[in-house]
Design a protein. Structure first.
Length: 521
């Protein structure tokens, strides 16, 4: 949109398509904000610096020879710019975040307070071990409870996130096979598994073969067992799976895979649906990552921080990565090299430079201790209860492909079947933005056409869910009725609907002055 004479972009009235009757482009408290380059000037600065003394360069010819090109802003300008931008974002502290397979839930402030305590927040990974005994004890205690909750033998604490944890488990399986002198190169991945599972197996050098799902959204056990053989290293299975269903035949699958000489990797990203209720070790799982940032605290919006410890069976424990914390008498030590002890005797090596994500360890242990055994069971029960409430409240207006497969677990899934011709899942997602909600996960999992995946989590109240359900019903009914206004939603967001395909394929990553941009075009 072109600038007016005073340099402001007038905000368009999204309903009538006419310019709003405000000089600034603001719509009450919905403030229009220009780019930081349009606010500041490249030849000014908000701070006065003394002339730097002349000194010999130590950059080896890599020093800058031209201006850096950053805009100069005063402190009020900078604060207002980023505050206004933050008002245009959505966060869990503003409202319900219905992303499926992403567990965006309230983060207890107690956890944040503990993570900020001196000795946790300000330690350095290269400090002498004697100065971080409290931090090592936190890691040791958390490891104990992760092993206890999963019924496994050992845990690798250093992986940084879910996919990193997957790689850890697969590398442990690979090391175990090499120790047996077997060259098994195939990993089986069901259609109902998370998309990172086949990517992880391929990255580790395995060939990936798909296993189909049954009509009820679970692993086809007959197809899986028929494919087992001497070339199969193992299976990567997500439980509860991406369709929001519990894989009730997992023990049968594990027994068959073990009988064929393979190992079972379980994607534990959805562990919050079964924590305190089911121990994966009892189901024959050999390795499973746990997203601490999903199950036990900080929801992982914004790209981090993440933490993905991997629990391991007795068969895989010797191959876990270094380093690990060990209690020796009344002190804790960090074992950095292979030992001949019970665990890690044949470690496949090191995955990260240091020891893991201390902030997440502190938050997760706080979450576990503050909930207790009964509280963690309630986490699973409430997450499942809320998901089933959403499912049954919307199945009359939206197609729920697995509604007859029994209760769902932590998330409810719907498809675009039954919408008016020309309307899609994307239109419903954009309509929900106008209703004040971040959209649910869309078009995933791929086994459901036009999928809409909703995870209400255990931290949402019935009142919050009722409001979301009402909004979702309204938008779905508009899509079924062919409401043309939905095709151009969102109407009330700071920006209208984008060409998302073009934005992904040809992103504009460098700002240019309008005159330069026009000349280049």
């Amino acid at each position: 949109m072109a600038l007016n004479q005073s340099g402001w972009r007038p905000q368009m009235n999204a309903v009538e398509g006419e310019a709003a009757a405000t000089f600034t482009g603001n719509r009450a408290l919905m403030l229009e904000e220009a780019l930081i380059f349009e606010i500041g000037s490249l030849d000014t600065t908000g701070v006065d610096f003394a002339e730097a003394p002349k000194a010999a360069s130590r950059l080896g010819g890599l020093e800058r020879h031209r201006d850096i090109g950053l805009p100069g802003l005063s402190e009020p300008e900078a604060v207002r710019h980023y505050t206004r931008l933050s008002r245009q974002n959505y966060g869990i502290d503003l409202g319900f975040f219905p992303l499926g397979s992403c567990t965006m839930k309230h983060n207890p402030r107690l956890n944040e307070r503990m993570a900020r305590l001196p000795g946790f927040a300000d330690i350095h990974p290269l400090q002498p071990v004697d100065t971080v005994q409290g931090a090592l004890e936190v890691i040791d205690q958390l490891a104990h409870w992760l092993v206890t909750l999963t019924g496994m033998k050992a845990v690798a604490m250093s992986p940084k996130a879910g996919a990193h944890g997957e790689l850890c488990g697969i590398l442990a399986i690979k090391a175990a096979l090499e120790a047996r002198g077997e060259d098994r190169r195939v990993v089986l991945v069901p259609e109902s598994a998370h998309g990172t599972n086949p990517a992880t197996a391929a990255f580790a050098g395995f060939s990936v073969e798909d296993i189909p799902a049954t009509p009820d959204g679970r692993v086809d056990v007959a197809a899986l067992t028929a494919r087992l053989g001497p070339d199969v290293a193992g299976v990567m299975i997500t439980n509860p799976n991406t369709c929001g269903l519990f894989e009730r035949d997992l023990k049968t699958i594990s027994d068959a895979v073990h009988a064929a000489g393979g190992y079972v990797y379980c994607d534990g990203a959805n562990f919050n649906a079964i924590v305190g209720k089911v121990r994966p070790g009892d189901l024959g799982v050999d390795a499973m990552h746990i997203n601490l940032h999903k199950t036990f605290s900080t929801p992982h919006g914004g790209g981090g921080p993440g933490s993905g410890p991997v629990v391991l069976s007795e068969a895989l424990a010797p191959y876990a990565p270094l380093p690990f914390v060990e209690r020796q008498g009344d002190r804790f030590v960090l074992v950095e090299e292979e030992t001949a002890g019970e665990h890690h005797g044949s470690s496949f090596g090191r995955m990260v430079s240091f020891h893991g994500q201390m902030g997440m360890f502190t938050r997760a242990l706080t979450y576990i201790l503050s909930h207790g055994a009964d509280g963690l069971k309630q986490v699973a029960e409430d997450s499942v209860l809320n998901a089933n409430y959403v499912l049954r409240s919307l199945e009359d207006v939206l197609d729920a492909p697995f509604a007859n497969s029994g209760p769902c677990m932590h998330e409810a899934i719907f498809s675009d079947r039954g919408l008016a011709e020309g309307f899609s899942t994307l239109d419903i997602a954009k309509g929900l933005i106008d209703e004040g909600f971040h959209p649910m996960t869309v078009y995933f999992p791929l086994v459901v056409h036009g999928a809409m995946l909703v995870e209400p989590t255990e931290t949402e109240s019935k009142a919050a869910l009722d409001q979301f359900i009402g909004a979702f019903r309204s938008v779905a009914q508009r899509a079924k009725a062919g409401d043309a206004a939905l095709k151009s939603a969102p109407h009330f967001a700071p920006r209208r609907r984008l060409d998302e395909t073009l934005a992904a394929r040809k992103p504009v990553l460098v700002w240019k002055e309008p005159a330069q941009a026009q000349a280049a075009e």
